[in-house]
Write a protein that binds this ligand. Sequence first.
Ligand SMILES: Cc1cc2nc3c(=O)[nH]c(=O)nc-3n(C[C@H](O)[C@H](O)[C@H](O)COP(=O)(O)OP(=O)(O)OC[C@H]3O[C@@H](n4cnc5c(N)ncnc54)[C@H](O)[C@@H]3O)c2cc1C
Length: 455
Amino acid sequence: MHSYDYDLFVIGAGSGGVRASRMAASAGARVAVAEDAPLGGTCVNVGCVPKKLYKYASEFSGEFEASKGYGWSLEGVSFDWEILKANRAKEITRLNGIYQNILEKPGVQIIRGHANLVDEHTVEVDGKQYTTKYILIATGGWPVIPQFEGADLTVNSNQIFDLETLPKKILIVGGGFIACEFASIFNGLGVDVRQIVRSKILKDFDAPSIEFLKEELIKSGINISEAVNIKAVKKNPEGSEYKLTAELDTNETLQVDEVLLALGRKPKIDGLNLGKVGVQIKDSGHIKVDENSQTSVASIYAIGDVVGRMDLTPVAIAEAMAFVSHVFGDGSRKMSYENVPFAVFTKPTMGTVGLTEQEAREKYADDIVIFESNFKAMKHTLSGLDERTLMRLIVQNSTDKVLGVHMVGDYAPEIIQGFGVALKAGATKAQFDATIGIHPTSAEEFVTMRSPKSN
Ligand SMILES: Cc1cc2nc3c(=O)[nH]c(=O)nc-3n(C[C@H](O)[C@H](O)[C@H](O)COP(=O)(O)OP(=O)(O)OC[C@H]3O[C@@H](n4cnc5c(N)ncnc54)[C@H](O)[C@@H]3O)c2cc1C
C-alpha cells in the first residue's frame, strides 16, 4: 500500500480547479492545489468578472441617452478610465481573497508556483516534489497570438483591462464572443470601434439571431467588416494623433491607438510534461479525456478549458463536481453538455440555449417549426432609441418539443437562464403557451408566440 503526500493534487486554481479542490477536501480528501498566478483563474482575473464590470461601465452611456425621452437632462457627463481600472482591481483583489478563504476553510493546501508532472503520482512545483494518489489538471487556456509583422504591438484579452489610457480608436480583430463583447464595451465607453473578422461574427450561433445582432451592433456604432484579416501593425512616429497604423488584407490602412487580438484561446499545457508521463493530447493541444474526465493515464484527470469541451466557467465547475463525485463520491453526478445556456454580453445582449436553427434542421430536416418575434421593447417607445429585440423558438413539429430558445435584446442572459431549466425539463411548445406571462415584460413574448414563421 502506497502512502502519498496527498489524495488529490490539483494543478491550477481557476474555475474548475478551485471547485474540485474544495469539494474533494470537503469530502475528506487531503488536497493541494498549485497556482502560479492570482487565485480564481481566467474568469476572476481576466475573464468573465472584469469583463462584466466593464460591460456595466459601458452601459451608462446608452442609459444617459435613453433617459432624455423620460425627461432627464444631464450635463457635464464624463467617464474616467482610471477610476474604472482602480475599482475593478480592488474588486478582483477582494475576490482573490475570497478564493483563498474558500480553499483554506476545508483544508486545501495552496502551493504557489508553476507545477509540472514528474510521473503519474508525482507533481513538482518550483523544484519541490509532492506525491499524490490522483492528479487533476485544470490549467485553463491562453489567448492565441498569430505571427505577423507588428503582432508584438497588439494587445490580447489578458492585457486589455489595464490599458494605460482609453484609446480614441481601437481595432478589434476576431469575431468570437470575446471580440464582440469588447467591441460593445469600448463602443459604450465612447471609443471609435472597428471590428474585423476573417469569416463571420459568432458563426456557430443561431444564424438569423446573429444577422439580427450584427445589424443592431452596426446601428450602435460599431464598424464591422467580415471576410477581412489583419496583415501588419506599425508604430507611428512620436507625436502622431494615433499610436499605430494597421494594415488589412484588403489593402486598407487604419489609424488606431490599440489593436486587440481576440482570435480564440488555446489550452495551457506548456511545461506540464504531459508527453513524458504519457498523457495524450489531441491535435488542437487539448488533453484527451473520457466521459469521466480521466486521461490516458489512470491516476490523472483533466477538466475545464484545457480539455476544451465547452470553454465556460459553469461548465468547468460542473466538470469539477462530476470529477469529485466520480473519484471521491458515489459517482452519481454526471456531466451533460446538452442544453447549456450561453450569453454574449454585447449591446444588445444575446442569450441562447439548445439547438440553433441550422443544427435543428440538420438533425430533424423539415420536422421543425420556428416562432419568432421582432419588436421594439416598451422602454424604447419613449427613449427614442432605435433598438429592437428578437426572440426565436425552434420547435420540433412532431413532438412539440422546444429545441432551442434564442434572444437578442436587453436582459437576454437573465431571461434565457430561466428557459434553460424549461429545456432541461423537456418542455413542449404547448407548455410554453400554457404559461402565463409577466406583464409588461419582453420575456412574456416567449409564452405568447402563437403563429409559426413560414418556412
Ligand atoms: C475575456 C474572457 C471573457 C470570458 N467571459 C466568460 C463569460 O462571460 N462566461 C463564461 O462562462 N466564461 C467566460 N470566459 C471563459 C472562462 O473564463 C473559462 O472557461 C474558465 O475560466 C475556465 O476555467 P478553468 O478552470 O478551465 O481554467 P482557468 O480559469 O483559466 O484557470 C486555470 C488556472 O491554472 C493556472 N495554471 C496554468 N498552468 C499552471 C501550472 N503549470 N502551474 C500552476 N498553475 C497553472 C492558471 O494561472 C489559471 O489560474 C471568458 C474568458 C475570457 C478570456
